[in-house]
Write a protein that binds this ligand. Sequence first.
Ligand SMILES: [Zn+2]
Length: 127
Amino acid sequence: MTDPTPLPVNSRLMSRCAEMLALPHKVCRRRDCRRRNACYWHFRKSGEPCCLRNLTGPQRAAFDALYAEVLAVVQRYQSAQLPDFAPPDPERRALRDAAIELVRSELPAEHRPRFEEWRRRRNTGHP
Ligand SMILES: [Zn+2]
């Protein structure tokens, strides 16, 4: 069996995911990260926040699950595809909601109205 294709790296989004999971307080060995509550250091080559190296397997899996949702939200928004309505699994839905929040907070202000409209369509289910 081959490994799945690795997710594309976006340093900024990865850092935000790490913050949402409170990783800087839990795993960062860098004082800068803990003090700012944000992963400050990145590997120059891969662009990954350095502190991800300190995650245990299950922590990394949780990080990857959130990050994959964030990428899915970005991709669907950019391609003007409707988001999935209410994934049946509540855990999955919570993850999707967190990802949408995270993407919203990262968007430049001029995107906000369009994104809000996109999000409303998800919530109401109206196309
Ligand atoms: Zn860090």
